[in-house]
Design a protein around this ligand. Structure first.
Ligand SMILES: [Zn+2]
Length: 214
């Protein structure tokens, strides 16, 4: 089966489940969506947010980009796609949770770490991943001499924390967090082990949220 045929077949299966069967999911969603969470994930094909979290249409508002990064709030008239999505999710949809979902073996973080965002990954990628330049500096200082895999994992996790920090630079978002109306989560999916980790501010570490299969 060609790639495109596979996708069309997949859509037919989706249509059968949601439009041909007794499903009322889209009847309820026709007029408006009311997702309770915004998930910011990587564009990586192995880390599909809805698949990973078992979500149905309408459950998750999703932004995906290279290395699941959030830029700081910049009021410069630029084309800020991630910021626009965050603004819509928080101010219009009034989501209660924002999850920044990072993952192992992230190509974007690898580009940042190995090339410092100034290598040969491409002008757009280099500039984009530099949002997490601070994570790179921290890892190369703290883990100088460590194995590349150790540095990469640390940088992937440190970049999640930078995105969480950057989320708080949006004043209307910070206000909701401080009022207890919005909760921020840093998750890390390890697809080598199948485990899910969550950042715990108390321990300042990513702690196991879902252990590997028994
Ligand atoms: Zn990635």
């Amino acid at each position: 089966m060609s790639d495109i045929a596979k996708f069309i077949f997949g859509f037919k299966r989706f249509q059968k489940d949601y439009f041909c069967a007794d499903s009322t999911v889209f009847e309820d969603l026709r007029e408006e969506q009311k997702p309770r969470a915004l998930l910011i994930g990587c564009s990586d094909s192995r880390v599909d947010p809805a698949l990973l979290t078992g979500c149905a249409p309408g459950d998750l508002f999703v932004v995906r980009n290279v290395a699941n990064l959030v830029p700081p709030c910049e009021d410069d008239g630029g084309h800020h796609g991630v910021s626009a999505a965050v603004e819509f999710a928080v101010r219009s949809l009034e989501v209660e949770h924002i999850i920044v979902l990072g993952h192992c073996n992230c190509g974007g973080i690898k580009a940042l770490l190995r090339e410092g965002g100034g290598g040969h990954s491409g002008a757009f990628i280099d500039s984009w991943v530099n949002i997490a330049a601070k994570a790179r500096e921290q890892v190369l200082t703290d883990l100088a001499g460590s194995a590349p895999q150790v540095q990469e994992r640390a940088c992937e996790q440190a970049a999640i924390l930078i995105s969480l920090e950057n989320l708080l630079t949006f004043p209307w978002l910070r206000k909701r967090v401080e009022a207890g109306q919005l909760y921020l989560h840093g998750w890390y999916f390890d697809f080598e082990s199948g485990e899910l980790f969550s950042y715990l501010p108390e321990t300042q570490h990513f702690e196991l949220l879902v252990p590997r299969c028994a």
